[in-house]
Design a protein around this ligand. Structure first.
Ligand SMILES: C[S@@+](CC[C@H](N)C(=O)[O-])C[C@H]1O[C@@H](n2cnc3c(N)ncnc32)[C@H](O)[C@@H]1O
Length: 222
């Protein structure tokens, strides 16, 4: 079953085009690098899950029955693609054998979200390729921490700052262009120190490089 709340503003033509072509643009790196990592992170999740910045809903088919997901996404065009995906997956017709996914066209920082997701109420928060784009990643992580139950899980799959100085110089040079092209995405963010400062215990992590430097991790709220 799915329901939708919507407080989004009209979007630019570019935002609509970006949403329309996003999956095609990402297809190679998704199939060769990211998809199996997404599965590994998401398949074991059960209970109440907040997915932040769900984009076109690429994670939706990867949740298991028993996952009760609220997927928030501020871009109306992205959300439209995500809802099309849910329809094609037929989740609403297979209640019980599929995850429960509800959607809300809201972003982190939106006051409506504060009421929609009470403190200490969720078992897991999912960020995949989203801390690069949210306007205030530190706030996003603090919000996640405040909504997680004690022992709840924070799941990350993010592209991050390069580990070499040559890589960092390249990212810094490209970032002003990339941010415009990719709707606010930054090449050189480094969320790890923000997560540790917010009061999480590391359960597992992996840094890897494929086209971009990536960081995948599971943390527990303490
Ligand atoms: C690069 S896309 C990633 C989408 C998806 N999570 C994935 O794994 O493919 C980043 C998404 O973050 C969303 N976003 C931007 N600002 C946000 C905010 N304040 N709160 C939540 N999501 C946000 C964008 O609209 C976009 O859909």
């Amino acid at each position: 079953m799915c329901s939708s709340r919507d407080s989004a503003l009209p979007e630019t033509l570019y935002a609509r085009l970006f949403a329309r072509f996003y999956d095609r643009f990402m297809n190679r790196i998704e199939t060769t690098v990211l998809l199996h990592r997404r599965k590994r992170l998401l398949r074991p999740l059960r209970g109440k899950i907040l997915e932040v910045g769900s984009g076109t809903g690429i994670n939706f088919p990867l949740y298991s029955p028993g996952a009760d997901v609220l997927a928030i996404e501020p871009s109306r065009s992205m959300m439209q693609k995500a809802e099309e995906r849910m329809t094609s997956l037929g989740f609403s017709r297979n209640a019980g054998s599929s995850p429960e996914i509800r959607t809300a066209t809201l972003g982190i920082g939106d006051p409506e979200l504060e009421n929609l997701v009470p403190p200490n109420s969720v078992d897991a928060v999912v960020f995949t390729l989203v801390l690069c784009t949210v306007p205030d990643p530190e706030y996003a992580i603090r919000f996640a921490k405040s909504r997680l139950k004690k022992g709840g899980k924070l799941l990350l799959l993010e592209h991050v700052r390069a580990s070499t100085s040559a890589g960092r110089i390249l990212q810094k040079t490209l970032n002003p262009f990339w941010t415009r092209f990719a709707q606010g995405c930054n090449l050189d963010r480094e969320p790890v120190s923000l997560v540790r400062a917010a009061g999480f215990r590391l359960l597992e992590e992996d840094r890897f490089r494929d086209t971009l430097p990536f960081y995948q991790a599971i943390y527990e709220s303490i």
